[in-house]
Design a protein around this ligand. Structure first.
Ligand SMILES: Cc1ncc(C[n+]2csc(CCOP(=O)(O)OP(=O)(O)O)c2C)c(N)n1
Ligand code: SF4
Ligand SMILES: [Mg+2]
Length: 284
């Protein structure tokens, strides 16, 4: 091992230590909004990337002390351990109802939920639809990995046709199990949906776009014109029984055919002009 490499490896020791970066150009660092708690996610899991961009957005918007997250039940149940912001844990599926209450009593705070597909689109379908139908001024981050990750891979509403899960061992049969739900397209029809977009985090380019979408979804709370919904097509190497690299191919070749990426519903030009005025005022 070269002397330079040794320097990097030795310096951290644990996640809290500051590495000696003298003589190096800093090209990447952990968001300052992160805690030092090591993440429990499986290697290659999209949740950790989604957390990272969320942490970066909160840092860049300078709202760490002014944002409240609502954590789900699912693999991301410990999101509150990883991002150093105010959090409230919600029962499985109830995050949007909890977020509604928080935002209504603390309208000055940014409020978001972070939920999986089992949480948001199965047990929490009613809460999700009614929250968005009411046009609650919150941001919903929806991680679609096509499976119940935490409970060992049962079929989710978003599991693809033919997808083998522990509760569809022969593959999802559309005839008896219904079609995978395109949640973004479904909820975009609700008048309260202000901004709806589908993104992904399995390649660097998509990560950048997803980050921008989260940033916009939070910024739009300044307008109070409805709910922002950011779906992130993600992976679950453990329950898909694939290596992280294989999941990238699966997302590209299978998931994105059924769940095309891009904006599903955009704010009007008038709304964006109004936001530009607000943000100009904030800079003064
Ligand atoms: C009321 C209730 N019902 C069921 C469960 C069991 N449960 C825990 S996590 C989970 C599914 C999680 O899947 P998802 O929301 O897709 O999140 P992922 O783990 O895939 O990120 C279920 C059914 C629970 N904890 N509480
Ligand atoms: S089980 Fe799946 S969703 Fe959960 S942490 Fe592991 S890879 Fe991620
Ligand atoms: Mg899931």
């Amino acid at each position: 091992m070269s002397e330079e490499k040794e320097k990097i490896v030795e310096a951290p020791g644990c996640l809290t230590a500051e590495p000696d970066l003298e003589g190096y150009e800093l090209v990447y660092e952990k968001p300052h909004t992160f805690t030092d708690v090591p993440m429990h996610y499986c290697p290659g899991c999209g949740h950790s990337t989604a957390h990272k961009i969320l942490g970066e957005v909160i840092q860049e918007l300078g709202i760490q002390n002014n944002i409240i997250g609502v954590a789900p039940v699912g693999c991301s149940v410990f999101a509150y351990d990883y991002l150093d912001i105010d959090w409230q844990e919600a029962a499985h599926g109830r995050a949007t109802a909890v977020a509604t209450g928080i935002k209504r009593i603390r309208p000055e705070n940014y409020v978001f939920t972070y939920q999986g597909d089992g949480d948001l689109a199965a047990i929490g379908t009613a809460e999700t639809i009614h929250c968005i139908n009411r046009g609650e001024n919150v941001t919903i981050i929806f991680i679609n990995n096509g499976v119940y990750g935490m409970t060992s891979g049962q079929m989710a509403p978003t599991s693809l046709a033919g997808m083998k899960t522990t509760t569809s061992p022969y593959g999802r049969d559309i005839k008896t199990m219904g079609s995978p739900i395109k949640v973004s397209e479904l909820i975009a029809n609700l008048p309260g949906a202000f901004y709806v977009t589908r993104q992904a985090v399995h390649t660097a380019n998509y990560v950048r776009k997803a980050k921008k979408a989260i940033m916009n979804g939070l910024r739009y709370q300044k307008l109070g014109l409805g709910t922002s919904f950011i779906e992130i097509v993600s992976n679950c190497p453990s329950n898909w029984k694939m290596t992280p690299l294989q999941t990238i191919d699966f997302i590209n070749n299978e998931m994105l055919h059924y769940y095309p990426l891009g904006d599903v519903k955009l704010p009007s030009k008038e709304a964006l002009d109004a936001l530009a005025e607000i943000e100009k005022g904030e800079k003064k």
